[in-house]
Design a binder for this molecule. Structure first.
Ligand code: NAD
Length: 250
């Protein structure tokens, strides 16, 4: 069954080979969507798009650059005539303690995770509003809900908590225009976001705190994104969906 037949979707930060964005873009494509993969490096974005099939598009886009973001989304809307789905997936994290967060760390982490989500949403909203149809899926994190404790520092928790607030406020404002906005809060998922800085000991410690006893996979998150981007979730907006193996059961 093709849940996204004829739909056009943009996924930011989706060039990372083992990442959540790439898995999401792939699942969307398998369900009939035409996908644009945006990422910092144009070659990597184009390569990731080509993996999905010839109709998909890879473009360079730094989500923190307002003018650049606008250009890319307007170009896609002109080419496709519509944008149905945006997944705000681009994100970075840093394993810092509170007193080690320097201004440049704060700027980097808040800018990509939170400012980038705002800018890409602002770029796509006019296109969705004019057609009275759209779905925005934001990547938050269990770190927002439980105050870190996995890998990212307090500035990452704050940025991802900001994403939850932004998600709910956008959902409220855009609901009359039939644009739904939801957030996914992944728990610990094995991707390259930790940049090789996660020790085997820390990994074991993390797994002990997960009732399902394993790290999540990128496909676990992609399945949730598909639900939120499709009509299966027609009456769901402003929600935060946990994909964490039971990490928050208490
Ligand atoms: P990843 O590092 O594999 O992929 C992130 C991608 O974002 C990379 O391709 C990177 O180039 C891109 N990116 C970084 N800065 C960018 C910018 N300014 N503009 C455009 N693209 C940019 O990470 P991932 O694990 O797949 O994470 C995806 C999202 O899920 C992130 O928002 C992350 O915070 C969130 N998340 C991940 C986990 C996890 O355990 N992996 C848990 C909770 C939330």
């Amino acid at each position: 069954t093709a849940l996204l037949q004829g739909k056009f979707a943009v996924v930011t930060g989706a060039a990372s080979k083992r990442g959540l964005g790439k898995a999401t873009a792939k699942l969307f494509a398998e369900h009939g969507a035409t996908v644009a993969i945006l990422d910092l490096d144009e070659g990597a974005a184009k390569e990731a798009a080509a993996d999905l099939g010839p109709q998909h598009i890879g473009m360079a886009c730094n989500v923190t650059d307002l003018e650049g973001v606008k250009k890319v989304f307007d170009a896609l809307a002109a080419k496709w005539g519509r944008i149905d789905i945006l997944v705000n997936n681009a994100g970075i994290t840093q394993p810092l303690k509170i007193m080690d967060i320097a201004p440049k760390n704060y700027d980097a982490v808040l800018d990509v995770n939170l400012r980038g989500t705002l800018y890409c949403s602002q770029a796509v909203i006019p296109h969705m509003r004019s057609r009275k149809e759209g779905k925005i899926v934001n990547l938050s994190s269990v770190s927002a809900q439980r105050g870190g404790g996995i890998f990212g520092g307090p500035h990452y928790s704050a940025a991802k908590a900001g994403v939850l607030g932004l998600t709910k406020a956008m959902a409220r404002e855009l609901a009359p225009d039939n644009v739904r906005v939801n957030a996914i809060c992944p728990g610990f998922i094995a991707t390259d976001i930790t940049g090789g800085m996660l020790t085997p000991e820390k990994l074991e410690e993390i797994k002990l705190g997960i009732p399902m006893g394993r790290a999540g996979t990128a496909d676990d998150v992609a399945g949730c994104a598909l639900f939120l981007a499709s009509d299966l979730s027609a009456y769901v907006t402003g929600s935060e969906v946990d994909v964490n193996g039971g990490s928050l059961i208490h």
